[in-house]
Design a protein around this ligand. Structure first.
Ligand code: FES
Length: 250
C-alpha cells in the first residue's frame, strides 16, 4: 500500500506546514471565480475590465490546487477514491469553463462563467463531504483517548529490544519501542489515515514509517518528517514501574 514518499509528496501534502495543503490552495481560485461572477451580475460595465484578470488569476491558482489534490487522491481507496474522482472532474470542468470564457464572446463568456461556478460549487460540496463525511485529510488522532496519568501498557519483559510493539493503555493504542534502557511510546494510530504504526519499520534515525502510505514520524517528538501525513503523531512519556511499561500523555 506504500505510495511514493519524499520531498515532493511532503510538499504537496502540507507536511512542512503541519496542515493539509490542498484545502488552503482551493481558496484563491474559488474566491477569484466567485468574484468574477459577482461582478458579471452586479458590477455593471464599470467592472467589466476586472473580470478577465480575476478569471485568469483563478486559473493560475487552480494549477497547484489540482496537483496537490491529485497527490491526496493517489492515497485514497474505495468510496473516497470514487468521490474524489468526481470531485476532481467537477473542478477541472469548472477550470475549463472559466478558461473558455476568456476567449468567448461577451454573452457566451458570462454563461460559461456561471456554469463554471456551478461546477466548482459541486466540486466544493464533494470536497467538503470527503473531509467532513468521510474523514479524508483529518487528523485521525483527534478523538482518541490519551491517558493523563501513568497507565499500565505492557509487561516490561514482553517488550523486546528494537521491536515495534502494540499496546493498549487506558483505551489509547500505543506503539512501544525499546532501545537499551530507553523506551519510546507513540500513538499507534497514524494521523494520516489511521494506519497501524506498529506494523511499520523503525530506522536507525529512530523514525517509524507507516506501512500504509509511507509517512515517517520521529519517535522522540512525533514530528512527521515525510508525508503524506501533515499532523504529528502523539507521543507519550514512558517508564517501567513494578514490572510494567507505563505511559502518560506528554
Ligand atoms: S495511514 Fe497513510 S501514511 Fe499512515
Amino acid at each position: 500500500m506504500n505510495s511514493a514518499v519524499g520531498p515532493a509528496k511532503s510538499l504537496l501534502s502540507g507536511t512542512w506546514l503541519e496542515h493539509p495543503l490542498h484545502p488552503l490552495l482551493t481558496d484563491l481560485p474559488i474566491g477569484c471565480w466567485s468574484g468574477a461572477v459577482i461582478l458579471d451580475l452586479f458590477g455593471g460595465s464599470a467592472a467589466a475590465d476586472a473580470v478577465d484578470p480575476l478569471v485568469g488569476l483563478g486559473a493560475l491558482a487552480a494549477v497547484p490546487a489540482v496537483v496537490s489534490g491529485l497527490s491526496d487522491w493517489a492515497d485514497s481507496y474505495g468510496p473516497e477514491r470514487r468521490v474524489g474522482l468526481v470531485h476532481a472532474a467537477a473542478n477541472v470542468t469548472g477550470l475549463g469553463l472559466f478558461a473558455a470564457s476568456m476567449v468567448a464572446g461577451h454573452r457566451s463568456a458570462r454563461r460559461l462563467r456561471l456554469l463554471g461556478l456551478a461546477a466548482v460549487s459541486a466540486g466544493g460540496y464533494l470536497g467538503g463531504h470527503l473531509s467532513f463525511g468521510r474523514g479524508v485529510g483529518v487528523d485521525h488522532q483527534a478523538f482518541l483517548e490519551k491517558p493523563g496519568e501513568w497507565t499500565d501498557a505492557l509487561a516490561a519483559d514482553s517488550l523486546e529490544e528494537a521491536t515495534p510493539t502494540f499496546a493498549e493503555a487506558g483505551g489509547a493504542r500505543v506503539m512501544l519501542f525499546r532501545r537499551g534502557t530507553q523506551i519510546y511510546a507513540i500513538s499507534d494510530v497514524c494521523p494520516h489515515a489511521a494506519g497501524p504504526l506498529h506494523e511499520g519499520t523503525v530506522d536507525d534515525e529512530l523514525c517509524v514509517t507507516c506501512p500504509w502510505h509511507g509517512s515517517r514520524f520521529r519517535l522522540s517528538d512525533g514530528r512527521a518528517v515525510h508525508g503524506p501525513a501533515s499532523a504529528p503523531a502523539t507521543v507519550y512519556q514512558a517508564r517501567v514501574e513494578h514490572g510494567k511499561v507505563q505511559v502518560r500523555a506528554v
